[in-house]
Design a binder for this molecule. Structure first.
Ligand code: TEU
Length: 587
């Protein structure tokens, strides 16, 4: 069993500041602010949160909601001031909680002073802080980008942006307003180290590192293989993810900065599922990162190798395979898992993995909670997940969506399929299933105006999901019917249980119980002194599941239904109702 540390046992709550709570203390009406976060610390403490991770609050033109930073050492006035962050940190400390910052250093904003200098001339002091390349010319003599890589958030456009002034292209993988830093330049790396120190000295306890596996690109910038011949630009994931010097750069960060503090780090690593490579990053001995976000589970419904705004059918056996293989790999090979099914880049989990209809929404949200609170790894809860918030309905006009990725996708589809209603309806469905916006609607605090997110006479920056009268924090916290729990209360109890039995749930070993069942994901978690069995029905039907001989259940102790009635224990068949999850003590 793995070494014990505070960051392994922690429950981390991700806050997307724009949509959390608007108290009017920031400069932009209808946007969440830092003071709003500080005012909800008791709510988070009560839920069982140990660490708060803030999506970016730094100065930013907000082209990509703060993932385009123009000053790493200052706060965007929309959210407040450095003083507000200091207050937040003291509020967290008073409650024994910690702060995790979002470190976005693969790229900056094009308005960052570093880039303004870099683009000013070919001989500028910081020219080499970004990635500049001369054009290529095609047979007809037309100027072309240095290679065929597609932009990640722009879908159809090149990842290279032409700079008229200096007659070269710069690399900007996400949007043209997010130029990629040149990590080969040691001065860039030192400047990044300095940013880390600044926040650690101020009281942050660690970082979530945005697309940290993209900082080292393959040398020579070769063309990506053709995935879709209709597009001039192709996904270049394999060429810019986990490049040759990634490990060197990560170890350098550890050596020069992190090793001098007691920190937590989690790296975001899209496009890579190779376990050897992942282990090289999280192996405790190698001193790179504590853990990473592996995307396999949230990519379950993407067309493989393609962009996120695609749809692909999946089966519970896929989910079972992904979860169990990472549980085992990390346990056996001295790595560490992060557990998450939501973040600000994904649709709501209950809409994706379960059924978000009125009938089954609460059950599905609780099912996913039961799964996550019983697995090994550091647990990440995304704002609103504890309320079972779900995707916005199909009836919303695409104009209500605010994310640059969605906007670009919708533009592209309208260009490609003008007049073809069937194709456009299909694109709309993709948006309703997959857009990042679903996670970004304002948190539903009450059944009052604007769901209590902002004052009545202010328009929230993004429309509130229609169901806030029934789905909101106030109703769920005060919910009181004997024997029944709201989604919020179920989460709270699940986190309590996880803490109480951390040897089993956080650190224990994992055994998949049945890899054939068409609907059920079942497993056994064991420590030296106790064991639990978990059976999760990922379907809307009644199913039968057989308790295997090697995992005899003593007692069922939790169900996501209000009552679990007389269930078969010891051995034999158990009936699971639609989306039912059971937790039992095992021999
Ligand atoms: O996301 C990186 C990333 O690769 C994806 O999650 C991305 O959003 C998805 O592939 C798009 O389809 C991070 C941030 O979490 C995201 O919000 C930023 O937009 C992105 O980096 C750029 O900083």
């Amino acid at each position: 069993f793995a070494d014990h540390t505070w960051w392994k046992e922690a429950t981390i709550y991700q806050i997307y500041p724009a949509s959390f709570l608007s108290t009017g203390s920031g400069s932009t009406p209808g946007w969440g602010d830092i003071h709003g976060i500080t005012s909800k610390l008791d709510y988070l403490k009560d839920l069982g949160v140990d660490i708060v991770w803030l999506s970016p609050i730094y100065k930013s033109p907000q082209v990509d909601m703060g993932y385009d930073i123009s000053d790493y050492k200052d706060i965007d006035p929309t959210y407040g001031t450095l003083k507000d962050v200091d207050d937040l940190i003291s509020g967290l400390r008073e409650r024994g909680m910690k702060l995790m910052m979002d470190l976005v250093v693969n790229h900056t904003s094009d308005q960052h002073a570093w880039f303004l200098d870099s683009r000013s001339s070919k001989s500028a002091e910081k020219r080499d802080w970004y990635i500049w390349q001369p054009p290529r010319y095609d047979d007809a003599g037309n100027r072309q980008p240095p290679n065929n890589w597609a932009q990640i958030l722009g879908e159809a456009n090149s990842a290279w942006t032409w700079d008229e002034e200096t007659q070269e292209y710069f690399l900007a993988l996400f949007t043209p307003e997010q130029p990629d830093l040149n990590w080969r330049n040691p001065a860039v790396r030192e400047a990044v180290h300095d940013v880390l120190r600044f926040w650690l000295e101020r009281g942050a306890s660690g970082f979530r590192m945005d697309v940290i596996n993209l900082i080292s690109k393959v040398v020579g910038y070769p063309d990506a293989p053709i995935k879709d011949p209709k597009d001039p630009y192709q996904p270049g994931h394999a060429l810019y993810a986990n490049g040759p010097e990634l490990h060197k750069y990560l170890r350098e960060i550890n050596d020069k900065v992190l090793s001098k503090y007691d920190t937590i780090t989690v790296g975001e690593m899209p496009f890579v599922n190779d376990s050897d490579e992942i282990l090289r990053v999280v192996d405790a001995e190698r001193k790179e990162l504590n853990m990473i976000f592996i995307f396999e589970l949230v990519d379950i419904d993407n067309v493989p190798g393609s962009f996120r705004l695609t749809r692909h059918s999946w089966h519970v056996s896929d989910l079972r395979k992904i979860v169990s293989s990472w549980q085992k790999t990390m346990h056996d090979r001295n790595g560490w898992n992060s557990l998450f099914v939501e973040n600000h880049d994904n649709p709501r989990s209950v809409s994706r993995y379960c059924d978000d209809s009125d009938e089954y929404r609460e059950l599905g949200a609780k099912l996913l909670s039961l799964m996550q609170t019983t697995l090994s790894g550091t647990l990440f809860v995304y704002q609103g997940e504890e309320l079972g918030m779900h995707n916005v309905p199909l009836s919303w006009d695409p104009e209500e969506y605010k994310d640059i990725e969605t906007i670009n996708y919708w533009k592209k589809m309208n260009k490609l399929h003008a007049g073809d209603q069937k194709q456009l309806d299909d694109a709309k469905l993709t948006i309703q299933r997959k857009a990042r916006d679903h996670a970004r609607t304002p948190v539903q605090w009450t059944d009052g105006p604007n769901a209590g997110f902002c004052k009545e006479d202010v328009k929230p920056w993004m429309r509130v999901n229609d169901d806030y009268k029934t789905v909101n924090a106030a109703a769920q916290r005060s919910f009181d019917k004997s024997g029944q729990l709201s989604v919020w209360q179920f989460w709270k109890r699940g986190l309590e249980n996880r803490r109480k039995h951390k040897e089993v749930f956080v650190y224990g070993s994992f055994e998949l119980l049945d890899d054939k069942h068409p609907d059920v994901f079942s497993y056994k978690k064991s420590s030296k002194s106790e064991a639990f069995v978990v059976a999760l029905n990922f379907s809307g039907s009644d199913v039968e599941w057989t308790i295997p001989e090697r995992a005899k259940v003593d007692n069922w102790v939790t169900s996501n239904y209000d009552s679990w009635g007389p269930k078969q224990t010891t051995s034999g068949k158990v009936r699971l109702r639609p989306w039912e999850g059971l937790l039992g003590t095992a021999a």
